[in-house]
Design a protein around this ligand. Structure first.
Ligand code: C2E
Ligand code: CA
Ligand code: CA
Ligand code: CA
Length: 277
């Protein structure tokens, strides 16, 4: 009957409802988090394999919520994107990252700064204008900033190509994040001006375990090099993985093997004691 149908709907709807409530609560807390200064950035070193030197860092967002404790970005970024908060939050990330970069430049370190750009930010009409302004304000060379975008961005190929062209004109660099996990075709690699391919951690994880992962990793490296791009391997944790990546000619590595994401203060300590290896 009509009545049981409704009851069923309510019954099956409960879980979804809870999830919705949770997302709503998180959204409200995220909005306050900005004012309460609960966000911070940590930096993970990127090591150039040929020289063993630290040539860059990736800025990673952290949220220490008074109410929820530490919430991992994989949980709150989606909520920030769906609610539109990612625009303000993303701007905060870039601003903070650039201001730290300016400080490091003054201390004599020459690092590249990689920042994650969500698709929502990329498509925002004022994205480039904001970016340009922040770079000027912080007085850092644009070539030190790397925008990490994912393959999912390529769904509007023509818009993306124009936007990327402008990004290149500004002198910035572009990396494709989580490469190999998205749905897009190889066509955009040919058309888009890309500096780095970041080999996804899932392939790096498999280096010691299976031939297929090793084959995929070497194929991505060859592909990137043939197209004039550099490769960064994500999430290397062991010596064996790093040795394989070196042997295959991978350009850089970012992973726990060299260093976990760390606070700005810890990074500065890390840079002073670090020896190429
Ligand atoms: P991602 O961009 O792929 O970042 C790399 C993630 O892998 C980071 O997780 C990093 O801590 C982790 N990682 C790096 N090396 C290793 C390793 O050797 N072992 C293991 N187990 N993990 C490693 P994190 O910081 O939790 O960030 C997760 C994701 O959240 C990021 O993945 C990125 O997609 C997103 N994210 C983080 N910060 C931002 C941000 O400021 N803006 C946007 N839009 N997204 C962000
Ligand atoms: Ca990234
Ligand atoms: Ca990844
Ligand atoms: Ca990612």
């Amino acid at each position: 009957s009509k009545k049981t149908g409704r009851n069923h709907a309510t019954f099956y709807g409960t879980k979804g409802m809870e999830r919705e409530d949770e997302a709503l609560r998180m959204e409200l807390l995220l909005k306050e988090a900005m004012k309460k200064e609960e966000f911070s950035l940590v930096y993970q070193p990127q090591v150039e394999l040929l020289s063993g030197k630290i040539t860059g860092v990736e800025a990673l967002l952290r949220w220490h919520s008074q109410e929820l404790g530490t919430v991992p970005p994989n949980q709150f970024i989606k909520v920030a994107e769906d609610s539109g908060l990612i625009i303000e939050l993303g701007n905060w990330v870039t601003k903070k990252a650039l201001s730290d970069l300016a400080k490091w430049n003054q201390l004599g370190y020459q690092l590249e700064m990689s920042v994650n750009i969500s698709t929502h930010q990329f498509y925002h009409p004022e994205f480039l204008l904001c970016l340009e302004r922040m770079i000027k304000d912080e007085k850092v060379p644009p070539s030190q900033l790397v925008l990490e975008i994912t393959e999912s961005i390529a769904s509007h190929a023509e818009v993306v190509q124009k936007e990327l062209q402008k990004i290149k004109e500004l002198g910035l660099k572009v990396a494709i994040d989580d490469f190999g996990t998205g749905y897009s075709s190889l066509k955009y690699l040919k058309d888009f001006p890309i500096d780095y391919l970041k080999i996804d951690k899932s392939f790096v994880d498999g280096i010691e375990e299976d031939d297929k992962s090793r084959d995929i990793v070497s194929t991505i490296i060859t592909l990137a090099h043939n197209l004039g791009m550099l490769t960064v391997a994500e999430g290397a944790e062991t010596r064996k993985q790093v040795d394989f990546l070196k042997m295959e000619g991978c350009d850089s590595v970012q992973g726990y093997y060299y260093g976990k994401p760390m606070t700005e203060a810890s990074l500065l300590d890390f840079l002073t004691v670090y020896e190429p290896h």
